[in-house]
Design a protein around this ligand. Structure first.
Ligand code: HEM
Length: 465
């Protein structure tokens, strides 16, 4: 009997076109339908059950809707790649980033590459870009590998552990090394060590309900209030001594770390960055750089441990060495599609903007839901299935796979984050057999601007080599 070939399932598709971009002021405005819950109910529900919240809004209201956020006015949320393209390719002055108004602002201040807009943003970005290029971060590979082995050596077979804090220990060492030029872990007693411990403590504390409530209280504030104020003071107390010591360092001119580079840089008037500007920039890089990458890895594991075929595919490829690079890349790409740690990014359009059937007025905040774009049926058939094979022989689209955002605000650390994920995931797969502690998925908890696994991505260690 002749065998029938199984149907080839296309795992990556295309969306039908939708008009988007700046329109004439005479164009009639047309607001998108709104989520109707009271504002604070929306904020709390979004914080606690982000995935359910946005999927329900899309199901009930369509691919463009408005919701309440920490901003005073409603925000329009879109999930169409053509709308994303219009916002990523527009001139920066037409679409300033909303990070200046985000919950990060009271923590990292207004002066950093993340929170600034206009000429200051472009200048800081140009200054930092070379340090984050592929060639510059290639030198971190060995160090990432060493940090991963150090971590794994401490784990016991049979133990159940939360992967998120373990991944953070690795990514915090990597980012601190790149920024401050510390070799390996900062030594106890040094100001860098104090900063590392403070960041670790605050990252842990910020998942508590009290901290989440504090985040809502800080909604839209320029300066931190309440408990957050104490956290910011702890960060300041740990960062300024590093700046002070480095200003006095005899070898400042020869050093190649990012902090020294920032300290030597001058603006168009020949002025050096002030201590406050440096503090904002350094904390931005540390905070933007370690938790995002750690949680991205944790989510990939959370998914992998509930997708036995994908785990088998990866384990076979890594341990046999056959197509290992390709399968590791595909698994990370799928992990970041299924659970983008920053699930939403935003711009404030300075002119009226069309988003498909709707037109929002000049001055409106517009958000791109990365999570919803990544779960469109037309782009990703069976969007809720974890299928790394979607990406074998297929490159992610610039406006369809957007975990690092895009345009002139695209994540500065994307190459570093990818390098870290490749090395850590591969090393872990080589040395460990992991299992989920429970079959049901972990839900997504919102923290600041990130989405983290609610139980820290728990895994049982079944074997270690
Ligand atoms: C998996 C890990 C990471 C993810 C998912 C991620 C994601 C993002 C996203 C979505 C944005 C906003 C982009 C936009 O608005 O279009 C961003 C911006 C940024 N990220 Fe990352 N990031 C990661 C790791 C890192 C690392 C390792 C660093 C290193 C320091 C970093 C530094 C930054 C900075 C400085 C910005 C602001 C760029 C600008 O506004 O010009 N990120 N990131």
């Amino acid at each position: 009997m002749a065998t029938v070939a199984p149907p080839v399932i296309e795992l990556v598709g295309e969306a039908s076109p939708s008009p988007a971009g700046p329109v004439d002021a005479t164009e009639p405005l047309r607001p998108a339908p709104a989520v109707t819950l009271p504002r604070y109910a929306q904020l709390l529900r979004f914080n606690q059950r982000q995935i359910e919240f946005v999927f329900r809004a899309r199901r009930e209201l369509g691919e463009v809707f408005t919701m309440r956020s920490i901003l005073d006015e409603p925000i329009t949320v879109t999930s169409h790649p053509d709308h994303v393209r219009s916002l990523f390719t527009a001139k920066p002055e037409l679409v300033p980033s909303l990070t200046a108004e985000s919950p990060l602002r009271p923590i990292v201040g207004a002066n950093s590459v993340l929170t600034a807009n206009g000429p200051r943003h472009l200048r800081q970005r140009k200054l930092l870009l070379p340090s984050f290029h592929g060639e510059s971060i290639a030198r971190y590979t060995e160090m990432i590998e060493a940090a991963t082995h150090r971590e794994i050596d401490r784990w016991e077979v049979g133990e159940t552990l939360q992967l998120a804090p373990r991944m953070q220990a690795i990514t915090l060492d990597v980012i601190m090394s790149g920024i401050f030029g510390v070799d390996g872990k900062p030594a106890p007693g040094t100001p860098e060590h104090r900063l590392r411990e403070t960041v670790k403590f605050l990252a842990k504390a910020s998942t508590s309900f009290v901290a989440q409530f504090g985040e809502v209280l800080n909604a839209g504030q320029e300066e931190a209030r309440g408990l957050l104020r104490r956290g910011v003071k702890a960060l300041d107390d740990a960062t300024y001594p590093i700046i002070e010591a480095r200003r006095r360092a005899a070898d400042l001119d020869e050093r190649t770390d990012i902090m020294s580079l920032l300290m030597r840089a001058t603006d168009e008037d020949g002025e050096l960055l002030t201590d406050k500007e440096l503090r904002d920039e350094l904390l931005t890089l540390v905070l933007a750089g370690f938790e995002t990458t750690a949680n991205s890895l944790s989510w990939t594991w959370e998914r992998l441990l509930r997708a036995p075929d994908a785990y088998d595919l990866l384990r076979d490829a890594v341990r046999s060495g056959e197509r290992a690079d390709e399968v590791v890349e595909a698994t990370i790409t799928e992990g970041m599609r299924a659970r983008p740690v920053i699930p939403m990014i935003g711009r404030r359009v300075t002119v009226p903007w069309r988003l498909g059937d709707y037109v929002v007025p000049a001055g409106s905040p517009v958000s791109m839901s990365i999570l919803l774009v990544h779960h469109r049926e037309d782009l990703y058939p069976e969007p809720f299935a974890f299928r790394p094979e979607r990406w074998l022989g297929h490159k992610p689209g610039t406006y369809e796979w957007i975990p690092f955002g895009g345009g002139t605000r695209r994540c500065l650390g994307a190459a570093l984050a990818m390098a870290e994920q490749r090395v850590v995931l591969r090393t872990m797969v080589e040395r460990l057999d992991l299992e989920a502690d429970r079959p049901e998925p972990e839900h997504a908890q919102h923290r600041n601007v990130t989405m983290i696994p609610s139980r820290g991505a728990r895994a049982v260690i079944r074997a270690r080599r």
